[in-house]
Design a protein around this ligand. Structure first.
Ligand SMILES: Nc1ncnc2c1ncn2[C@@H]1O[C@H](COP(=O)(O)OP(=O)(O)OP(=O)(O)O)[C@@H](O)[C@H]1O
Ligand SMILES: [Mg+2]
Length: 255
């Protein structure tokens, strides 16, 4: 476990959209209790391209699920634009997620029988249209596809698109209900390096349009594209850049 007294705290000036305070996540099996995340404290700056970097098994996906309100901390809290996620019921959290978080998956998860346009429209149906009236949903779907440079491919089925194009449609879908935050677990894990860089360029552009984009990667090259980042090792933050975090010195990380 980290010793908080010897940990380093970095202060920078960017306003925090998400504050994570002393977050611990443990799981109890029949035989033992395992701590997946140890006492994490850090901020996600508003409108950052924020990387959660670390090797396989370091706790990246576990942490991302907590930032999205999909999973709950065992101890500590996540405060999202002043709203504490832990205090809410499952239903309230699901509603909150629909308005605040767009999720992008490694394997795109588009509905194969729907066109690019229909995939985005479905997200509007499921999410209630992000405050828009139903008559404006088709226009909104087009705007989202244009934003990710897929305006010329709206009528294609996923199978008629390249991997990078499918991921662009998936980003458009995540934007549909206009959430302030996009969350992505290894969004380019299934793409070649050139395509991956173009997807990261699109994600960077979204941060210039007031979105905060949080992504998980185990690839240091992709982590270096972030404007702010934390690096995890064995469920602890061992490095941070561009944000405020409590760092556990490497020598204190138990493997
Ligand atoms: N429900 C669970 N019960 C027990 N252990 C779990 C559970 N979920 C995750 N773990 C363990 O917690 C650790 C962190 O898992 P996590 O999936 O967050 O890692 P990750 O950094 O996303 O890895 P990868 O890069 O391989 O996706 C791993 O050792 C994993 O085996
Ligand atoms: Mg993972």
């Amino acid at each position: 476990m980290s010793d908080m007294h010897t940990a380093t705290r970095y202060h920078l000036n960017a306003p925090a959209l998400i504050q994570v305070e002393h977050l611990t996540r443990s799981v109890t099996t029949r035989t033992q209790q395992t701590t997946l995340l140890h006492d994490l404290t850090f901020d996600v700056p508003a409108q950052s391209l924020f990387a959660i970097n670390g090797p396989s098994g370091s706790g990246k996906s576990t942490l991302l699920n907590m930032l999205a309100g999909i999973d709950q901390p065992t101890k500590g809290r996540v405060i999202f634009a002043g709203y504490e996620l832990k205090a809410q019921s499952e239903n309230a959290l699901a509603r909150w997620r629909g308005h605040n978080v767009g999720i992008i998956f490694q394997f795109f998860q588009l509905i194969p029988t729907l066109t690019a346009f229909e995939n985005v429209l479905l997200a509007l149906e499921l999410g209630g249209g992000g405050g828009l009236r139903r008559k404006d949903w088709r226009g909104r779907a087009r705007v989202c596809l244009d934003t990710v440079e897929m305006g010329a491919f709206t009528q294609r089925l996923p199978a008629e698109l390249s991997g990078g194009q499918q991921q662009r449609v998936a980003i458009a879908r995540a934007l549909a209900n206009d959430p302030p935050v996009l969350i992505a677990d290894e969004p380019t894990g299934n793409l070649d390096s050139v395509t991956a860089h173009s997807i990261f360029q699109t994600l960077t552009n979204l941060t210039h349009q007031k979105k905060t984009v949080i992504y998980v990667t185990h690839n240091p090259q992709f982590a270096s594209l972030a404007s702010a980042r934390i690096d995890l090792l064995d469920g602890q933050i061992v490095h941070a850049d561009g944000t405020t975090a409590i760092i556990t010195p490497l020598k204190e990380v138990h493997s």
